[in-house]
Design a protein around this ligand. Sequence first.
Ligand SMILES: N[C@@H](CCC(=O)N[C@@H](CS)C(=O)NCC(=O)O)C(=O)O
Length: 222
Amino acid sequence: MITLFQITGSSSFAARAALECAGADYAVVDVHPRRRDEAAGFAAANPLLRVPTLRDGDVCLAETGAILLWLGDRFPDAGLAPPVGTPARADHYRWVTWCANTLHVGWWPVMGASHLTPDESAQESLRAGGREQMRRNGAHLEAWLADHMWLAGDQPGVADIYAYMLVGWQHYDDIRLGGPALASHYERVGALPGVARARELDDLDPRLIRIHPDMRGGRPLD
Ligand SMILES: N[C@@H](CCC(=O)N[C@@H](CS)C(=O)NCC(=O)O)C(=O)O
């Protein structure tokens, strides 16, 4: 049995989209953002209480990139991860890792500057520097996608899903990443039935903006 510990509209979206694209049978546990210790089994699965966390039988996994790599292999028939030992597989490792260690964390100074310092002018500097870095990240994706339909191999995979989520977060800020190639990749990935279904389940519009900002997991936040 697979269980995804999630908060709708958060980083867990990518894991849910991969599960949907894989046609997996899974359950979700909706974690309350401020009362994470109330979610049954969550602390045992991930003492850091961060989402996404995945429990798959005896296996507990945290970190979006690790979960996506796991799911790509767990559902080989879904074709979300290229075959081991191929050049496309190397691209798959490279892009999932880059999403995790560069693109994902690249948003923190932009969106979470106030968590990093109480000093408001320092927050502004952090945001400005973060936006500049994210523009460079967008250009990096744009350059690859100008020549490639997908990030790894000739079909959409977990790397595309991860990048899609992180690129979608630009709509929460006054920044545009990449150019026409990245924009059309965003449209292509967003049109995948599993991704569209995950958006619906997570109550997100096509920009990945929460349709009901005060709700998580279909319930009002209290
Ligand atoms: N490195 C983690 C980051 C996950 C993450 O930051 N999740 C947020 C929600 S978007 C969270 O649970 N934050 C709570 C915390 O950091 O305590 C990953 O890639 O999964």
